[in-house]
Design a protein. Structure first.
Lengths: 112, 892
């Protein structure tokens, strides 16, 4: 298993959004979070296929939850990040950090 | 941010039907449900308006596309049956994808086939829509198939209107007709509004609306009280009239309308779009005119016709037989007035479309020819392609492609091209139809009901299907001759495709024949129009302006009318730009408004059924000079012919020759009406040339002209001759009339040329359509011919190369190729002439001055076709001689 799974940028954003939303992560709220925080408008087709892909890789899991009147009572799929998902995020962050080391002075205005 | 919306009614969603459909495109089970739920939630969060709905569908589409084909991510166990279905589906998808790719690889072939289909299907769908809307679809009236129309037949068998006493007898005696109404068109003058106006009205018996089965939307229909002699005048208005002239006022009932100077109380408003034969502004009952004693004269046929509703279960034929029997009884009971008077009863729908029926059917036949030409062309193209792909298909067969699979492949290709052709065809048809409606002759019935509807779309798809699939796939498959290895082992250039070539040549002959039939039709129509424009009308139509007015109401007494006529003529003649002006009761071409029997003083009076009949036309002095009609003998009317002077008349040449053959007509006397009637004897003072009266194509009737001073009228046409463009003086003439009476509506303002044009509109339209069809067919046929010949040349490159290497002259080779092509064209021409002869009888009714088997037309058309065919064959023949013998031999 180990760090063979490298994450794409969009996959990272998705996993982070699910983490940020805690127990309230489902399709619509993830899309809203991406739009509000990352400024990314994403087509729902791309959203669901990416979520499915992360699920296939074992980085996400989901459970069904009851619907609300606003969604005509249709169920929600609530996502949580698996331990493997958290590990993958960590790896990605570590890779990024290593890559940033020594070049941060070149991008001074950046606040990261 | 989360679910901050107000409580919404559960179940609300953008277009529920669409949402249900979307569900089928999404993954099954909870995954799909959750996706749809997310989309709905977000749609609500975006306020659920139009923009949100737009967003909803865009996103739904993006999901549906991504998940298309992987609906079953969690397959339960699949049965063998399901697997085989899925495999067939996969195959189909592959076939379609392959077909699209192969069409994209041959763009010129694809363009040719799509253009052919679009033209053929488009033209036929447009004409089909006309036929469907006008001839086939039932009238938009309840139980329209039980409505019948009846009129009387004159002694010569022509249709005449129904006399009131005869109608009353029909009504009381006919048992097969449940309810029988009488009505006539009766234009009325509407005054008391800003601009006085001539409105379209229909005078009807009280039960009329009940018979046709449509009740007023507002107010009531006529009842028996409205039909009593001397009843207070009432009126039912059309929805359109109510909207445009009365502002759609709901309180309109009970208000008066001033019609022909009399107040009519509005009692009802019809539903929108109501039509009887055509659209009317108003309906008025018989009651107010039942005091008219002329109405009760059995011999008076005053423009009425009857409409009846059959007793359920009774056929039109039964009703017609019964009515004919009644008419025979009436002949016996009233020999003076009814001898020789028959009756004709037919379905209302038939009557309505009687004049256009033949034209439409002939055009439908023509477009059928065009569609067949297109079919043959498509077949030819696909066969050529099939033959060219023989090798490819043979390879696929050898590699294990089953015969069925390969056939399905071909079927998919032609289905795809048919569908595309059908869709393009509908687009072409809707464009063409708009054009057709715009050029259709004035007064074409039910034109407003013509549109591209579901039937038309089905027709287009069926036509495209027949064209592409039946004529395309099977011959193509046949031609490809998939027979396992056989095709692989055979040499490519040998006679492998002999059978396909034979088929193509056969089809080519048919195509040429069909093109010739269409060309002949176009030729005959052109000759007809030529003959019509050459007809001697008896007057000079150029630079003539006409318009009509009616002096209605009690205030127009005879002396006041005469004064008005004099004033109008003086005023108009004094207008700058006017050479001459006159008044007339009826105009040439437009038709007679007064036909009557008459007797001659110096001849024995024939029995009643054989009394001569003529068109009577009161005219002012200066009329013949204005019209440019030639005087053949005697003198014309002048200012000396007054009410006090001896009664005089001018007759036309036809009347003079018929009644006084070999004698001088001048000085003879005639009397209008029955022999014992009170009419005055009028002396013939002049004979003028015959003038075409009922259109251009109908034979000139006997004509009797009377001076307006001695035979007054209320409704007259002004004719004005001007050296300038006639339409330019319209307003100055109108001003003259309005200065004399500001309330007088002026209508039917037309130049005489327009009147003539209108009378030829049907012939002109038929001709234009035929010419377009013929040109398209000729183009398709010549391109097809060229293609077949070129194909033949390609197949024989080797042979030609050998011939040239052995010393054949290029012109010999050219001759060889051209001869082969021309033999097809010649065979097609012979077949086409035979075909055109066979259908000639059905088009005769549309022709004038030329027979349907006119040898000149046939000869010209055949020569033209062969000329085009020669050019079409020569091009590939010329290319054949440029074959380099060495190249041709090496190609092996």
């Amino acid at each position: 298993m180990a760090p063979v799974t490298t994450l794409g940028e969009f996959e990272q954003l998705l996993l982070l959004a699910v983490l940020r939303l805690d127990a309230e992560a489902y399709g619509a709220s993830i899309a809203r979070e991406l739009e509000a925080t990352a400024g990314r408008a994403v087509s729902r087709g791309a959203l669901y296929t990416s979520l499915d892909r992360l699920e296939d890789k074992g980085l996400l899991r989901w459970a069904a939850a009851k619907g609300t009147p606003a969604r005509n009572g249709l169920p929600r799929r609530l996502y949580i990040v698996t331990p493997a998902g958290v590990a993958a995020l960590r790896d990605s962050r570590a890779i990024l950090r290593r890559m940033w080391r020594g070049v941060e002075h070149l991008l001074k205005d950046s606040a990261s | 941010m989360n679910t901050a919306q107000a409580p919404e009614p559960i179940g609300g969603s953008p277009q529920p039907a669409g949402t249900a459909l979307l569900r089928r495109a999404l993954p099954r089970g909870i995954r799909g449900d959750a996706m749809l739920g997310d989309l709905l939630e977000e749609w609500r969060a975006r306020s659920g308006t139009g923009r949100a709905t737009c967003w909803f569908w865009r996103q739904a589409l993006s999901v549906a596309i991504r998940y298309a084909g992987r609906r079953d991510r969690e397959p339960e166990h699949t049965t063998a049956h399901q697997r085989s279905i899925r495999m067939a589906f996969d195959n189909l998808r592959q076939d379609v994808r392959f077909a699209i790719r192969s069409y994209a690889k041959a763009p010129s072939f694809t363009l040719a086939i799509l253009t052919t289909l679009a033209l053929g299907v488009g033209a036929s769908t447009a004409i089909f829509s006309m036929v469907n809307g006008i001839l086939l679809r039932p009238l938009p009236l309840p139980d329209a198939d039980r409505l019948v129309y009846a009129n009387e037949l004159g002694r010569e068998g022509g249709q005449i209107s129904v006399s009131w006493p005869n109608f009353l007898d029909w009504q009381s005696r006919a048992h097969s007709i449940q309810n029988f109404a009488l009505s006539r068109e009766e234009p009325l003058t509407l005054t008391g509004i800003e601009r006085p106006e001539r409105v379209r009205a229909r005078r009807t018996t009280a039960n009329f609306l009940q018979v046709v089965g449509v009740q007023p939307r507002l107010g009531r229909s006529f009842n028996a009280a409205d039909d009593r002699p001397g009843a207070e005048p009432t009126v039912v208005v059309s929805h359109e009239f109510w909207q445009t002239r009365m502002g759609g006022d709901a309180g309109v009932l009970g208000t008066p309308l001033l019609l022909d100077g009399r107040a009519h109380t509005v009692i009802g408003v019809m539903p929108p779009g109501f039509r009887y034969l055509r659209a009317y502004d108003l309906f008025v009952p018989m009651g107010p005119i039942l005091g008219d004693r002329f109405l009760y004269d059995r011999g008076n046929h005053q423009g009425y016709n009857a409409v009846g509703r059959l007793v359920p279960g009774v056929s039109v034929e039964t009703a017609a037989r019964e009515l004919v029997a009644i008419a025979l009884d009436l002949q016996r009971e009233h020999p003076d007035t009814n001898s020789g008077i028959g009756v004709r009863l037919e379905p209302l729908a038939t009557r309505l479309v009687a004049q256009v029926r033949l034209t439409l059917l002939v055009l439908f036949g023509a477009v059928g020819c065009l569609l067949l030409v297109a079919c043959v062309n498509v077949a030819n193209l696909l066969i050529a392609r099939g033959a060219a792909r023989q090798h490819e298909l043979a390879v696929r067969a050898a590699l294990g492609g089953g015969r069925f699979r390969l056939m399905m492949q071909m079927l998919a290709e032609s289905t795809l091209v048919s569908a595309a052709g059908g869709i393009l065809g509908v687009a072409v048809a809707s464009w063409l139809l708009r054009l057709l409606i715009a050029v259709a002759p004035e007064g074409t019935p039910r034109l407003d009901e013509v549109r591209i509807d579901t039937m038309a779309c089905l027709f287009a798809l069926a036509a495209a299907g027949v064209c592409g699939i039946v004529f395309g796939a099977f011959p193509a498959f046949q031609a490809s001759g998939i027979q396992g290895q056989a095709a692989l082992t055979r040499s490519r250039s040998a006679g492998a495709s002999a059978s396909s070539h034979r088929l193509r040549r056969g089809l080519m002959v048919v195509e040429v024949a069909l093109a010739l039939v269409l060309l002949t039709g176009a030729g005959l129509m052109m000759r007809t129009l030529g003959e019509i424009t050459r007809v001697e009308t008896g007057f000079q139509p150029a630079h003539l302006l006409t318009m009509r007015f009616s002096l209605t109401g009690d205030r127009w007494t005879e002396p006041r009318r005469q004064q008005f006529f004099t004033d109008v003529l003086t005023g108009v003649r004094g207008t700058p730009g006017v050479t001459n002006a006159a008044l007339a009761f009826s105009l040439p071409i437009e038709g007679s408004n007064w036909n009557s029997i008459f007797i001659v003083r110096d001849k024995p009076i024939p029995p009643r059924p054989e009394l001569p009949n003529a068109a009577f036309v009161p005219v002012s002095d200066g009329y013949f000079e204005t019209m440019g009609t030639r005087l053949l003998a005697g003198r014309l009317f002048d200012a000396m012919d007054t009410p006090a002077s001896p009664a005089v008349t001018v007759v036309n040449d036809r009347l003079a020759k018929r009644l006084w053959p070999g004698e001088n007509a001048i000085g003879k006397s005639i009397k209008q009406g029955w022999p014992e009637g009170p009419g005055t004897w009028r002396q013939v003072i002049g004979v003028i040339a015959d003038v075409k009266f009922e259109g251009v194509t109908v034979e000139t009737p006997m004509q009797v002209y009377l001076p307006l001073t001695q035979e007054s009228s209320r409704s007259l046409a002004i004719v004005v001759r001007t050296p300038a463009e006639p339409a330019a003086i319209t307003s100055s003439v109108q001003t003259v009339v309005h200065q004399l009476d500001k309330d007088l509506p002026i209508y039917a303002v037309r130049t005489m040329d327009q009147l003539l044009d209108t009378s030829m509109a049907r012939e002109r339209m038929s001709m234009s359509i035929f010419v377009v069809f013929a040109v398209v067919a000729l183009t398709l046929a010549s391109v097809g011919l060229s293609g077949v010949v070129a194909h033949g040349v390609t197949e024989r490159t080797h042979e030609i190369g050998v011939r040239m290497a052995l010393g054949a002259e290029p012109r010999h080779v050219r001759g060889l190729v051209v001869r082969q092509g021309l033999s097809m064209a010649l065979a097609g021409t012979v077949l086409g002439i035979a075909g055109a002869m066979a259908v000639s009888r059905s088009v005769q009714g549309l022709l004038f001055g030329v027979t349907a088997t006119d040898p000149i037309t046939f000869g010209t058309v055949a020569a033209m076709l062969l000329g085009v065919a020669l050019v079409a064959c020569y091009i590939p023949a010329w290319r054949a001689t440029r074959v380099d013998p060495t190249m041709a031999l090496r190609a092996e």
